[in-house]
Ligand binder design. Structure first.
Ligand SMILES: Cc1cc2nc3c(=O)[nH]c(=O)nc-3n(C[C@H](O)[C@H](O)[C@H](O)COP(=O)(O)O)c2cc1C
Length: 336
């Protein structure tokens, strides 16, 4: 109710401004005690990647790129929060406008392009937050790092963030960084995963703490490509897969006046494609690796569908824009 009033106001302003305003309000409320900070709700708790999740619902990457709103997001009662994508160096991202709401279909198109303040800033924010729940940190490469040197960016970022994260997500599936998704191809993926695994092991040896790594993939892959990625994840003994990122496809929003905006489409129009990737992964992995399902979870029923498709954990982003914090309650009730 409160959110539907706020939403009317928020939807009058530019999406990026509305995003910052609502997260600032939530975090301000958490910090001055209006909402209880860091109170994850215990609903169907589970152990995934060796970590104990109080409930399977998390916040997807991109909502809090710089880890500035952890206290507010934690107060929603979710089981985990993934911050980032963070790149080694700060970067501005693409020119504005670069986020578009499609309210008629509960969708968003964004072409932000990894706008973020860099890994040093993100770690400062993590250190000053009161959030004590499970924290994932999602890493990417800087836009001006050539693809041949992408591995260096990921290794550097992994080294920096791993000591401060419960798990690290490797994002090679954003459509808004030129050629990034080529890293999902056979040889490039092998090189990347081998380097990450070696770094992960070296860090574990020197610190005594093993930090799981999840790979986040796109929805715009053929079944054969998803199966090939699954085989590589197993071969390199990765810890989890996140499916999916936003789609470059527009079939589900054909005819919408904003359909031709460049970028990644998220929300309800992505749901079926994300579910299909999760089903393919579940079949190919056969329980050997956990799947984190994300894409178009805008209701309790859709959260259940994602879990039934084979996800061990789920994440939301666009649904929160349209439904507000009530979506968290609806999902936790539906899956209880
Ligand atoms: C505005 C916006 C920014 C995003 N930024 C990131 C990002 O930085 N890194 C990432 O891995 N995914 C990012 N995503 C993708 C989401 O994490 C998620 O995979 C996708 O939106 C599908 O979930 P949803 O339909 O619940 O939004 C972003 C999504 C949106 C809408």
């Amino acid at each position: 109710m409160l959110y539907s009033l706020a939403r009317n106001l928020l939807f009058q302003v530019d999406p990026e401004r509305a995003h910052a305003l609502s997260l600032q309000a939530l975090t301000g409320a958490a910090r001055c005690g209006l909402v209880k900070p860091g109170a994850p709700r215990t609903v169907r708790p589970r152990t995934v990647m060796g970590l104990s999740f109080p409930n399977p619902l998390g916040i997807a990457a991109g909502m809090d790129k710089n880890a500035e709103y952890l206290d507010g997001l934690g107060a929603l009662g979710v089981g985990f929060v993934e911050v980032g994508t963070v790149t080694p160096r700060p970067q501005l991202g693409n020119p504005k406008p670069r986020v578009f709401r499609l309210p008629e279909v509960e969708g968003v198109i964004n072409r932000l392009g990894f706008n973020n303040n860099g890994v040093d800033y993100l770690l400062q924010q993590v250190a000053r937050s009161g959030y004590r729940g499970i924290l994932g940190i999602n890493i990417g490469k800087n836009f001006d790092t050539p693809l041949e040197r992408a591995v260096d960016d990921y290794v550097l970022a992994l080294r920096r963030v791993a000591p401060h994260a419960h798990y690290v997500t490797v994002n090679i599936s954003s459509p808004n960084t030129a050629n990034l998704r080529e890293l999902q191809g056979d040889d490039a993926l092998d090189r990347l995963l081998a380097a990450l695994k070696a770094t992960q092991q070296a860090l574990a040896d020197s610190t005594g703490r093993y930090v799981p790594i999840a790979l986040k993939i796109a929805p715009d892959l053929t079944t054969a490509q998803v199966e090939a990625i699954a085989r590589r994840l197993l071969a390199h003994r990765m810890d989890a897969v996140i499916a999916t990122n936003t789609t470059v496809g527009r079939d589900t929003v054909a005819g919408h006046p904003l359909a031709s905006e460049t970028g990644g489409l998220s929300g309800a129009p992505l749901h079926e494609a994300a579910l299909a990737v999760v089903r393919t992964l579940a079949h190919a992995l056969d329980g050997a690796l956990p799947i984190i399902g994300v894409g178009g979870i805008t209701s309790g029923a859709r959260a259940k569908a994602m879990l039934e498709a084979g996800a061990s954990l789920i994440q939301i982003y666009t649904g929160l824009i349209f439904r507000g914090p009530a979506l968290v309650d609806e999902i936790l009730e539906a899956i209880a």
